[in-house]
Design a protein around this ligand. Structure first.
Ligand code: PEP
Ligand code: MG
Length: 570
């Protein structure tokens, strides 16, 4: 049997399937007879032992590479054996005749409530850990399979109905052979993260979960977008050979990653890195990139119950700025909404979230959150070369409104006598067609811009980037996309302002060739694309790329553009 979906991140994988079903484990109020008390207490002790074993093995797997994350799991062990919580549970079983699961639920709930009420944000954060331990114990109590992607015990192909960006961002990437999902499009944020980690991914596969077995074997061809549940010997052999070939080619291309990027006749093209957070895996690309073209700061806000404090944000921004030194770090302000939702912020449900209160609009609606972020960013600016970038700008009004809030934050910092670099650069993302159409006017208002082709394509072609039903209409090779980018590039270079492309097109070697021809001198991408884009750029002189860009803008359809690029650039 073969299942077909959309190839979202290249590669080939063979291995065991892990069906990920995030479950919200709850407990019902239940009572036991008095002669069952000892049995219930014994079961609680056994469950704790199993939970401790799981936590210890996660801790051991992270202790070397990710000591910071490993610390979280030592805390979980402390919570698991906390005498106060334990006594509360035992008392619930003995005195109230509560079923163990209900006693666990109530006891943890009591402590979570107390902690959530404290003023100290550091202590408040502990409630997330208590929740986590409670979930683990109850899952084991009910003999449910584990469903945590942060700590996979062996290499697996992860199959899910849907993966949230927060699931993918916290994924145990060393054990993720591939990601396959029923929903999502190639430019959903989960797909983007998978691509930046270099994990093969196929998304939008109808009836995927009903066609797979937990722990069954599967092969994934993320070059063609095919998944083979229980493949026969011949398919296994064919795909294993394809995988070996793919890895050989990838190793060959990787040789380009450390080189400076230039066309065959020496025109420098700066290559930037797109990152989601400030952890060491993300920052591994610092040695082979000229700048950070997109720091998706919203990832610092995901997968947690409370908002990151100003100091926490400051530490993350400072880390990246210090690492890059004089090289620019483009810190994009919070871009929440669409497929990126926060647990720590209740926002109203919307019928069209991608057209709704997203990104900068949401920051205007919650100025406190926006200002905290701006303050943290400006404080960090003294440690490097800060480029502050506003997402989802639709008008000059948006820019001016944001500028006046930034001015307020600067005034506050001045008042408080806190240093910041007054020469930080302010830029915008060009991802809404309305601002692209007035790029000449926008260029007068800002120091730089970066084209977000993922959203620009979504809004220009009127296609939801998440919806697999219409993914065929989401055409980043549509000639209209290239024509519009060409116009924006002309206006920015005319105004002497820097322009980058930080959407996924910047990391696609074929699209990148046309973008360089359109006048782009800065492209930013996930680490896994850096080498292949550098190699592509090195192949031809600038005049050849310009010729390619001219043709691309004249061709009538996306297919013809793509075929032309693939044919000429092979
Ligand atoms: C884009 O829209 O191209 C972009 C880079 O932003 P995001 O993918 O995070 O929306
Ligand atoms: Mg965007």
């Amino acid at each position: 049997m073969v299942l077909r979906g959309i190839s979202a991140s290249h590669g080939v994988a063979l291995g065991a399937v892990y069906i990920y079903r995030p479950s919200d484990i709850d407990a019902a109020e239940r009572f036991i007879k008095s002669d069952a008390v000892e049995r219930e207490k014994d079961h609680y002790a056994e469950v704790c032992e199993i939970a401790a074993g799981e936590i210890r093995s996660i801790h051991a797997s992270m202790a070397h590479d990710k000591p910071e994350k490993a610390k979280i799991f030592s805390t979980h062990l402390d919570i698991l054996y906390d005498p106060d919580i334990r006594n509360e549970i035992i008392e619930g079983i003995e005195a109230e005749l509560w079923a163990g699961s209900w006693a666990i639920w109530k006891a943890y709930g009591k402590f979570i409530e107390v902690i959530e009420k404290t003023k100290d944000p550091v202590i408040r954060e502990r409630s997330v850990d208590l929740e986590d331990v409670r979930k683990r114990i109850l899952r084991i109590w009910h003999r449910l399979p584990g469903s945590n992607l942060t700590s996979l015990s062996a290499p697996v192909i992860i199959a899910a109905r849907d993966l949230l960006p927060s699931d993918t961002a916290t994924l145990d990437r060393r054990n993720a052979l591939a990601i396959i999902t029923e929903t999502g499009g190639a430019s959903s944020h989960s797909a983007i993260i998978a691509r930046s980690y270099g994990i093969p991914a196929v998304v939008g596969i109808p009836r995927l979960l009903e066609s797979l077995r937990q722990n069954g074997f599967a092969a994934v061809d993320a070059l063609t977008g095919e998944v083979f549940p229980d493949p026969d010997n011949e398919t296994q052999k064919r795909l294993a050979a394809k995988r070996a070939r793919y890895l050989r080619e990838a190793a060959e291309i990787k040789k380009f990653s450390k080189r400076k990027s230039a066309t065959a006749d020496g025109m420098r093209i700066d290559i930037g890195l797109n990152i989601g957070c400030a952890d060491d895996d993300d920052l591994a690309g610092a040695t082979c990139t000229d700048f950070v073209g997109l720091f998706r700061t919203e990832f610092l806000f995901m997968g947690r119950k409370d908002l990151p404090s100003e100091d926490e944000q400051f530490a993350a921004y400072r880390k990246v700025l210090e690492l890059y030194g004089k090289r620019p770090v483009t810190l994009r302000t919070l871009d929440i909404g669409g497929d990126k939702q926060l647990d720590c912020m209740e926002t109203p449900k919307e019928d069209n979230p991608f057209l709704g209160n997203r990104a900068l609009r949401l920051c205007f609606a919650y100025p406190g959150i926006f200002k905290t972020q701006l303050r943290a960013a400006l404080r960090a600016s003294v440690f490097g070369n800060l480029h502050l970038m506003l997402p989802m700008v639709g008008s000059i009004d948006d820019i001016r409104r944001a500028k006046s809030i930034i001015q307020e934050v600067e005034d506050d910092l001045d008042c408080d006598g806190i240093a910041y670099n007054r020469d930080f650069r302010l830029g915008i993302m060009i991802e809404i067609p309305s601002i692209a159409m007035i790029a000449d006017l926008a260029a007068e208002e800002v120091d730089f811009a970066s084209i977000g082709t993922n959203d620009l394509c979504q809004y220009l072609t009127a296609v939801d980037r998440m919806n697999p039903e219409v993914s065929g209409y989401y055409q980043s090779f549509h000639p209209a996309v290239f024509r519009l980018i060409g116009k924006v590039a002309g206006h920015f270079s005319g105004a002497g302002k820097q322009l980058c492309v930080c959407g996924e097109m910047g990391g696609d070697p074929f699209a990148a060739a046309a973008l360089v021809g359109l006048g782009l001198r800065k492209l930013s991408m996930g680490l896994s694309s850096v080498a292949q884009v550098k190699r592509m750029i090195s192949r031809l002189p600038i005049l050849a790329f310009e010729e390619i860009a001219r043709t691309v803008q004249e061709l009538p359809t996306a297919d013809e553009v793509e075929n032309f690029l693939k044919q000429i650039l092979g």
